[in-house]
Design a protein around this ligand. Structure first.
Ligand code: ZN
Length: 166
């Protein structure tokens, strides 16, 4: 069975090579070895990228610009929270920019970054590091296939490199 004409759509798994740049030309993230794949339509990549991939097919090469609103969001100063130093693990080395995982009362985890130190208080920034950035992707579409039932149920792609479970 050939899927040569398959187009990117919800519940397909697409392999793609990409380079990500911000306002300048420096590449800040990339995958160019055919190893990156994801399940479409399950919030595995930023919405503005996914929307613009829909309908593309194997071999297509595109430059895709994603606004902050459709990317990692707009910086929100309310997402900077102040915690006492003692709320962090004793052996945790406070260093600006270091990520740490927060857990709320419901057990939901989210990422934060050390934004600063003020006396015995630490400022945690819950904004994504790429918030307010315009993302410029250069993409080359590789293999596209229909997702399996399990992949759709799990919300992620399975494969030799992509399968992990919590
Ligand atoms: Zn799974």
């Amino acid at each position: 069975m050939t899927q040569a004409n398959l187009k990117i759509a919800k519940n397909t798994v697409v392999t793609l090579d990409y380079e990500l740049r911000l306002a300048d030309d420096e590449v800040i993230d990339s995958s160019t070895d055919g190893e990156f794949s994801f399940l479409v339509g399950h919030e595995n990549v930023v919405p503005g990228l996914e929307t613009q991939l829909i309908g593309l097919t194997t071999g297509d090469v595109r430059d895709i610009v994603v606004s902050p609103e459709e990317g990692y969001g707009v910086r929100d100063e309310d997402k900077i929270v102040v915690v006492p130093r003692e709320a962090l693990p004793e052996d945790f080395e406070i260093e600006i920019g270091l990520p740490l995982e927060l857990e709320d009362e419901a057990g939901e985890t989210s990422m934060a970054f050390i934004a600063g130190v003020r006396g015995d208080e630490v400022l945690l920034d819950r904004n994504h590091p790429l918030a307010s950035e315009t993302l410029r992707f250069h993409v080359k579409i590789g293999v596209i296939r229909d997702a399996t039932k399990d992949e759709i149920k799990h919300g992620h792609a399975h494969g030799p490199h992509g399968h992990h479970h919590h």
